[in-house]
Design a protein around this ligand. Sequence first.
Ligand SMILES: Nc1ncnc2c1ncn2[C@@H]1O[C@H](COP(=O)(O)OP(=O)(O)O)[C@@H](O)[C@H]1O
Ligand SMILES: [Mg+2]
Length: 297
Amino acid sequence: MSDQAETLRSLMHEHRSAIEQVPAAVGQAHRPRRVVAVASGKGGVGKSNFCINFGLALQQVGTQPVVLDADMGFADVELLLGVQPRNTIFDVLSGKDVFDVIEVSSGGLHFLSSGNGLNVAPLTPEDVGRLSAHMDRLFERYDVVLIDAGAGDGGQLGYLLAEVDDLLLVTTPEPTAIADAYALVKMLSVRGQLPPVKIVVNKVPNFGEGRQAADKLKLAAQRFLGVELSVLGYVVEDAAVARAVMRQQALVQAFPTSPAARCMRQIVQNYTRSAQPPSRQGGTRVWERWLQRLRRR
Ligand SMILES: Nc1ncnc2c1ncn2[C@@H]1O[C@H](COP(=O)(O)OP(=O)(O)O)[C@@H](O)[C@H]1O
Ligand SMILES: [Mg+2]
């Protein structure tokens, strides 16, 4: 067996034992109807890639997500999926139904574009109300709205993250990424806007280093902020991610047996098997807060 295969096998073994400690789902509703945000302190840690692969891996286990690209000015989801959206959320205001502005990638991932960031005029309160009502209807067809929320501190992201059911906080093991993730948690926490946080450590050389990074973040939050963060899992650094990006396909579809794709499926298992409290808002407040900050073309 090659060294690489051996390393992967031991990584998988290590990961499996970590997974076995995840409690089984407690009374999970048939339709989870959750609003899940993917965010980070630092940019470039792998959020958008994580988001589309998490979405597709969720879909593979029977939970239907729709991805909302809310990383304003960095509409990467459509690029990563190789789709040029014909519609954005704003087309709802000219009379389209929300289900008609959703794009579907060739791999079957549903997503909602929020434009190219060149929107200038703020939405009127009436527009916010109309759009928000349409967004509420997403749960007629989807179980999870998965938001690519972008990077930043709590000042920038608090308005979007405050009401979500889960914040999947992506970091890498680099001290700068961990420090920025901590800064995001701190600012959200100080403002009373901290949703339940699940840490994902991406681009790890091995699970040991992933765990160390997650522990640093967890401990700092515990000690200095008195808040509990949980750990969702680790994704290995894998050249297949960049190859999938070049093909404009999601990793879990382009390279399903790659180490990082295996990690993604494992993370989805951890997510669906972990105890999930009922959705806090069922969406409305999230959309309203987000839409109030959006700029219309
Ligand atoms: N697990 C991984 N292994 C290797 N490279 C990765 C991994 N995840 C992401 N990348 C790379 O990191 C870069 C940033 O990813 P992206 O998803 O665009 O980050 P973000 O949305 O946080 O800015 C891309 O070049 C991508 O190919
Ligand atoms: Mg991104």
